[in-house]
Design a protein around this ligand. Structure first.
Ligand SMILES: Cc1ncc(COP(=O)(O)O)c(C=O)c1O
Length: 449
């Protein structure tokens, strides 16, 4: 039977006492935003997350004056940290020149050139409003190009909330043409593709959830290119999280693969709402006004490549060119992983921190020692996604917030180039004492027990 995992009443009381202003704002928010006052599912927390007034570098401050070291980092968008000075300057200058000309302009070309220079698959670029929109556009392009309807997706891979990209089993979703199969089973994937009914295969960069909470097998990913080509299906890597983060060329560069298309978002603008599909020129012929209407896609969108977003994108991408922000974030992730795993081992808590620039926290049995520090110590998806452990991590998230550390449900620590070793040290002190509290509260077992 599943245990009830709730934070101790005293923790909740202390948290509310320390966050009186946030409590007042939360009460107002709950009157408008039905997700317990939150405007994003990942920001739902009992009793509430803090109300933030400003952020800089890796720190953010709430209405009560509490300071946080941030590991949410704009849901992964801020690999440069909050308000990088060069990025801010570019946006400020653009605001005075005009945010939307309703016309073509040079910045959108400069941005596309930068993307293309880092990500060779980007023979063509189509800007849109967000990552999910990019995925939906890729689906449409693939259907037009192949003349087929079906989409092959993988269990737990996240691509947005709209019908065709929504997580498996989402209420109210109708997706007769979407098939979702387990990750990393090449025979199964090939058997589906051999039906020659699929327009597109979609894989999340790095693996399922934020760059690979459930990672891909390298062999599987490297084989996908061959089998999609063999059966006439297009392959999209969703690089909304991983693009320009895991490598300047995205996760595809790390794997040494070239998909037919990639979707971008988050880091591509350095922190403003954007999306883009990039890919093979022949696939993008659907946008060419000379293409016969039955194979044409008319792409509209008020915010597509507007000057303000483009100025942000150009500034961010210029900073990514030398690969330094990515290396710095990876170095800090490495430090956090090692320190965190030392803390877990010292306390005999069965679990592991793993991942490249986004560190995932696994709590559960260690089935084997992984070959690299980017993989969890199990291949069992049910263990990685164990809802009981997810609930323990939610309580840990509250403990961490109370100690000035902001995470996404303590499932992930999203690093940036702005994080320093001293930030990680402070974080790990909070991590250790929060774990001790969880053990004392009986919510977390050690192997000593
Ligand atoms: C892998 C992945 N794809 C797509 C999306 C959707 O992007 P957006 O929120 O910009 O629509 C997300 C959002 O977190 C994501 O993680």
């Amino acid at each position: 039977m599943t245990r009830t995992v709730l934070p101790k009443a005293s923790l909740v009381d202390e948290y509310i006492k320390k966050h009186p202003g946030s409590k007042r704002w939360h009460d107002q928010a709950a009157q408008f935003f039905s997700a317990n006052g939150a405007t994003h599912a990942a920001r739902i927390l009992d009793p509430f997350r803090p109300y933030i007034t400003r952020a800089k570098g890796v720190r953010k401050w709430d209405v009560d004056g509490n300071e946080y070291i941030d590991y949410v980092m704009g849901h992964g968008a801020l690999i440069l940290g909050h308000s990088h000075p060069q990025w801010v300057k570019a946006i400020q200058e653009q605001v005075t020149k005009g945010v939307h000309f309703g016309e073509s302009h040079q910045l959108e070309i400069e941005w596309a050139k930068l993307i293309n220079s880092m990500m060779p698959v980007a023979e063509r670029v189509e800007f849109c409003a967000c990552g999910q929109e990019a995925n939906l556009m890729a689906i449409r392009l693939a259907r037009i190009f192949t003349g087929r309807k079906k989409i092959l997706r993988f269990v737990e891979n996240f691509h947005g909330w709209a019908d065709e990209v929504a997580p498996e089993g989402s209420a109210g979703v109708s997706t007769p043409d979407v098939k979702i199969i387990p990750m990393n089973d090449l025979n199964l994937a090939e058997a589906e593709l051999a039906t020659r009914e699929y327009a597109l295969v979609m894989t999340e960069g790095g693996g399922a959830h934020m760059a690979g909470q459930i990672p891909w097998d390298t062999d599987f990913i490297q084989a996908l290119s061959g089998i999609t080509g063999k059966y006439g299906t297009l392959w999209l890597i969703d690089e909304v999280v991983t693009g320009f983060r895991e490598d300047r060329g995205g996760w595809q560069a790390l794997m040494g693969v070239k998909p037919d298309m990639a979707s971008l978002g988050k880091c591509a603008s350095g922190g403003m709402a954007i999306g883009a599909v990039v890919g093979r020129a022949d696939v993008f012929e659907a946008f060419n006004p000379k293409t016969p209407v039955e194979r044409r896609m008319r792409h509209t969108g008020t915010w597509n490549g507007n000057p303000l977003l483009s100025s942000a994108g150009v500034a961010a991408c210029k900073l990514y060119l030398d690969g330094e922000p990515q290396e710095k974030a990876a170095e800090m992730a490495d430090y956090l992983r090692k320190e965190g795993n030392r803390i877990l081992a010292q306390r005999k808590i069965s679990g592991r921190l793993y991942g490249r620039t986004i560190v995932h926290f696994y709590l559960g049995p260690v089935d084997f020692e992984p070959q690299d520090e980017f993989s969890p110590p199990t291949r069992d998806v049910a263990k990685i996604m164990n809802p009981e452990m997810a609930a323990v991590k939610t309580v840990l998230c509250l403990h961490l917030l109370h100690r000035g550390i902001a995470t996404m449900g303590s499932r992930t620590f999203i690093l940036s180039a702005a994080h320093q070793r001293s930030d990680v040290d402070q974080t790990m002190e909070a991590f250790a004492s929060s774990l001790d509290d969880l053990v004392a509260e009986g919510l977390l077992k050690t192997t000593k027990d």
